[in-house]
Design a protein around this ligand. Sequence first.
Ligand SMILES: *Cc1c(COP(=O)(O)O)cnc(C)c1O
Length: 397
Amino acid sequence: MKKVDPELVLELIIEILGLKNCQNSVQIHEPDFVNTNALNYLRDCIESNWVSSSGKWVDKFEKEISTFTGAPEVISITNGTDALRLAFYIMGVKPNDEVLVPSLTFVGTANAISHLGAIPHFVDIEKSTLGIDPILLNNYLENISTKSSAGVINKQTGRKISAICPVHIFGNPSDCVSIKKISDQWSIPVVEDAAEALGSFIGKTHCGLLGDIGVISFNGNKIITTGGGGALITKDKNLANKARHLSTTAKLKHPWEFFHDEIAWNDRLPNLNAALGVSQLENLKTKLALKNKLFLKYCEAFKNLSNIDILKNNLSDSVSNNWLVTLKINLKNSEDTKNFRNKLLEISHQKGILLRPIWKPLHHLPIYKNNPRDSLKVTDNIANRLVNLPSSPQLVK
Ligand SMILES: *Cc1c(COP(=O)(O)O)cnc(C)c1O
């Protein structure tokens, strides 16, 4: 098998994407409004004066997300981080509780927990899905916790473990079927961070609907965008009603009285953003097909190489939306791996092709370095090996 150096990797990327004479920089994932109804729908909001946190586009957007994902309940929210915080709150996460979460995720996952005064507790992942490893999770719970009438208690800290938060990294389904079984045995609710996973499924179930409640993001770099935005999805009507109530200042319905029965938030998605979202949803299936094509192109170009490959989701009966295609460096030595990665990032950025490493594991950030955690061997081994490749569907020619 052939070995490649970073220069050749970059050449192959340029070739696949047809970027030889390209003057513009290429981001990892860019929005696309060409030939869409975006402007028409935004104009409708402005001309009708319905620009704020309710309106027909919000209703339409939620309905269409519901149809696409199969979620009986959809509540659109200002962004994914706020939607996660609301999900944790509704599932009963209280100040000083712990939430089990991977360290290798976007910082927003952990911040949403911290915003409630709770504590992210980092658990290890499985190296092909990059999601929480269910076997390690169960062993870890058996080692560190005890069941009591108040719930599952971390013996080391005395704090309650009040939720588990699997994340579908880069759109690759994490094994939430197994994780949900474990969570049921321990009676700990599952909040699924499906921020990156619109269009990803396990069996016929859309990611975000395998646990108790799930969150999708529509940030500018995600597969479709509302400018900024997110949504809660769930099968549970009671949870959905709570989410609607708490995201609209907990105001009781009345034509003129202001009666709020809880201290709540004001974070429903504005009509303007939802209108943009509806125009984006019209192209979602095309985007998914193009992204799959791009993923296969990368796989073909980087096959049969001894020191790198493309990360493939090997969870059975699952479909990834291929949000971000990821290059994996397979060198034994961790210094060599880091050097390869840094060189590749350096030369690609010089050419304006803005490859991106996976996030620094959160337990290496000063803000989260003292948080409770498992040994995180897989996380620490894999973090320096992963580089995201340009994955916008409009790159497919
Ligand atoms: C994007 C993202 C979020 C947060 O979504 P925002 O809409 O940007 O607030 C949370 N978790 C993961 C894994 C994400 O990729």
